[in-house]
Write a protein that binds this ligand. Structure first.
Ligand SMILES: [Zn+2]
Length: 100
């Protein structure tokens, strides 16, 4: 099983990284809820019923792993609450920006 480095030289498996990300995402949603009393998209403010909220990474998990900074993948400062629409737009932009 491949492992991925953090910037301090520790190594984690995908499973361990995914577990940490799950915890970090829950914390991001909890922090937002505790601060504002509800969860909403940080980009467009949408919190209407039926709006699906995702936790989106600023620096993608793939890049965190590739760049040997796996710990950024579970850093809550790298995770934003976005609605499905904003998340898709953001990922679309990310895909374009990584083209040569
Ligand atoms: Zn949004």
């Amino acid at each position: 099983m491949p492992t991925y480095r953090t910037s301090t030289g520790k190594r984690y498996t995908t499973q361990q990284i995914d577990d940490k990300i799950r915890v970090a995402k829950a914390e991001v949603l909890k922090n937002q809820f505790e601060e504002y009393g509800y969860n909403f998209c940080e980009q467009c403010g949408n919190n209407g019923s039926g709006t699906r909220l995702d936790c989106a990474h600023d620096l993608s998990v793939k890049r965190c792993k590739e760049e040997g900074r796996s710990e950024v993948a579970w850093d809550i400062r790298n995770i934003n609450v976005l609605c499905r629409t904003c998340h898709q737009e953001k990922d679309g932009l990310n895909i374009q920006s990584t083209r040569p």
